[in-house]
Design a protein around this ligand. Structure first.
Ligand SMILES: [Zn+2]
Length: 152
């Protein structure tokens, strides 16, 4: 948390990496040893998992290419279908629970269910997707998880 920073630069722009050191480094060597900020705090709020200062998103769900504050290269990040799976499961409980409560409390006509639950479902899913994706990317960074590679 001090002024000391470990700027993450891509290999082609890093002049310090000599051939012998780059041969010894693992594919994950571009990541620092451990994040100095909680992956849960940064992930759920969509901030950079390395410095925790800037947003990791450039759009609603689009990741930035690099962190504007610390330069972390987000090319490692691949949450894949993970956010969708978690959001489908969690949103299912929320929407079905709310629909059941609506039915048993007010017994409205079916069109009310459609008119209320369809937009509610969209809002719940969009509201959950960004923090879920942020959390998965931050945990991927913290745990250095990435696609498997074959040994040379
Ligand atoms: Zn950063």
């Amino acid at each position: 948390m001090s002024g000391e920073t470990h700027p993450q630069v891509s290999p082609e722009s890093s002049p310090q990496i000599s051939p012998e050191t780059s041969a010894q480094t693992s594919p994950q060597a571009s990541h620092p040893a451990s994040p100095r900020v909680s992956p849960y705090a940064t992930g759920l709020t969509g901030r950079c998992p390395c410095c925790g200062k800037a947003s990791m998103f450039s759009g609603l769900l689009t990741l930035a290419s690099v962190c504007p504050k610390c330069g972390l290269d987000y090319s490692f990040a691949d949450a894949g279908d993970g956010p969708a799976i978690f959001v489908m499961t969690i949103a299912g409980f929320i929407v079905v629970g709310f629909g059941g409560w609506l039915e048993f409390t007010y017994q409205p006509p079916y069109w009310v269910h459609v008119a209320v639950l369809l937009p509610f479902t969209v809002l719940v899913c969009i509201g959950l997707l960004r923090p879920t994706k942020g959390l998965l990317v931050a945990l991927q960074y913290a745990n250095k998880a990435e696609e498997g590679r074959q040994a040379q």
